[in-house]
Design a protein around this ligand. Structure first.
Ligand code: F0G
Length: 460
């Protein structure tokens, strides 16, 4: 029943035509792409659920704001406007724009690594965050609750830290060897799953006890705040802004890919609560890596659009529709028997391919096989989040077996309608009905880092 899900809290002012090529053509294009949908041309994709990163629609107010961009190299008015919004939301003193999330990672993370053999501990590192941790000479440890990997069981906050294990890890490694604790909200890699405020508080208290800096990787912090309001006792009557501010008050540093809850196509944020010395270190790194500190790789107009987008993403009607779209697709798939991460989270439906195609072993990339079958069946592009993405152990070079093999169906913001999601559901259900015929993949080419983007395969 559509009426159980919130209708679009906007009307459409501009459209972008999309078209669907034939099944024969899709098979041909996928083979040309080396069975890696990252290599497809977007014009060969009908509904693109590869990512929610920078793929959303801006509002009329954001497009209007673009015209007000001040493109001064230094001291741009648009910088000060954006700084005002970021400070209002976070209450942090220091801010610099960066080109996207990984811009913040490359500026910040090496500044926190003081010596050899340091570690970052996160509920779950996003893949670029893990890569930057390793480039900085440190190691990344994930420390999420076990319920996160149990896709069938309902848990309202599957992004939560395993706080008991966190303490053990700090004791084991030694607090002087922990460069930072990264709270990824929402936990992207395991289903856009939220972290409760209670868990954030407990994690922060542990980090404070050991004097370890706390970093919020908050690409989807507004979605997290919405789930706290929906699912956590005591937050029913608080505003999304107040909940977000409470989360930021618990941490020291905020890194954000603004391509998600900033509602822009490109941009990022690095904000530091009060550590001037760290800010100075980051400022000297940002200049050669990203640009002068008042633009950091963003144009003035992009900073204007982000200033507006950050505020729009805190709107409750917007967030209700956003999360309802994800739930709608999830509910349809679940009703048809397709195994998915449950409950659905903030930005995507995660199909559990370990449960769906158990006959394909992890080193033949089961979720990639499902992603490819979905593209061939319906022209919908999803993405693999599993053993292919996880890569190899940086020390032993062995393929790491991921605890989960997901096909992520990532829904861009304010872009597709419920009708599009019906098409997606039909495609997934068709693949599900033929799942026993799916076969795994083998590498034809494997790049050394972030291999999923450019690898080439052959079907077995
Ligand atoms: N942190 C999280 C939690 C992310 O989801 C992403 C990006 C980043 C950091 C890096 O940000 O792409 O702007 O450099 N996630 C995208 C995705 C790419 O598809 O989930 P970026």
């Amino acid at each position: 029943m559509r009426s159980n899900y919130k209708a679009e809290p906007y009307r459409i002012k501009m459209v972008e035509p999309i078209n669907q090529i034939s099944k024969e053509k899709r098979k041909e294009r996928l083979a040309q792409a080396g069975y890696n949908p990252f290599a497809l041309k977007s014009e060969d994709v009908y509904i693109d659920l590869l990512t929610d990163s920078g793929t959303g629609a801006m509002s009329d107010k954001q497009w209007g704001a673009l015209m007000q961009g001040d493109e001064a190299y230094a001291g741009s008015r648009s910088f000060y406007r954006l700084e005002g919004v970021v400070k209002h939301i976070t209450n942090y003193q220091c801010f610099m724009p960066v080109h996207q999330g990984r811009g913040a990672e490359q500026v910040l993370l090496p500044a926190l690594v003081k010596h050899e053999h340091m570690h970052f501990i996160s509920n779950m590192h996003f893949d670029t965050t893990r890569a930057h941790v390793e480039i900085a000479g440190a190691r990344a440890i994930d420390c999420v609750i076990d319920a996160c990997f149990d896709t069938k069981t309902h848990h309202p906050f599957k992004g939560n830290f395993d706080t008991k294990r966190l303490k053990t890890l700090i004791e084991e490694k030694g607090k002087e060897n922990i460069a930072g604790i990264i709270m990824t909200i929402t936990n992207n890699s395991a289903g856009g799953q939220p972290v409760s405020m209670d868990n954030l508080k407990e994690t922060a208290a542990i980090a404070r006890g050991y004097d370890i800096p706390i970093i919020i990787d908050g690409a989807r912090y507004a979605e997290n705040a919405y789930f706290v309001k929906q699912r956590e006792k005591g937050y029913e009557h608080k505003s999304i802004l107040a909940i977000a501010q409470e989360a930021f008050a618990l941490a020291d540093i905020f890194m954000m890919s603004a391509k998600k809850d900033g509602l822009v196509n490109i941009g990022g944020v690095l904000a530091i609560k009060e550590n001037e010395a760290l800010f100075e270190q980051c400022r000297s790194r940002v200049v050669p890596l990203e640009g002068f500190p008042t633009y950091g790789c963003m144009s003035g107009r992009d900073m204007e659009a982000l200033a507006v987008g950050l505020e729009e993403a805190l709107d409750e009607d917007y967030l209700e529709h956003r999360t309802d779209q994800v739930k709608y697709l999830g509910d349809k798939l679940k009703a048809a028997g397709v195994p998915i991460q449950w409950p659905t989270g903030g930005h995507a439906v995660f199909v559990d391919c370990k449960a769906m195609v158990p006959h394909i072993p992890y080193h033949q990339f089961p979720a990639q096989a499902v992603v490819n079958a979905l593209y061939e069946a319906s022209g919908v592009r999803g993405v693999e989040i599993g053993s292919l993405l996880l890569g190899r152990d940086p020390d032993t070079k062995e393929n790491i077996e991921s605890p989960v093999e997901f096909m992520r169906l990532t829904i861009p913001r304010r872009t597709y309608t419920y009708n599009h999601l019906d098409v997606v559901a039909d495609g997934v259900i068709e693949v599900y009905q033929n799942k026993d015929r799916l076969k795994g993949l083998d590498f034809v080419y494997e790049p050394p880092v972030l291999r999923h983007f450019t690898a080439k395969f052959k079907p077995l």
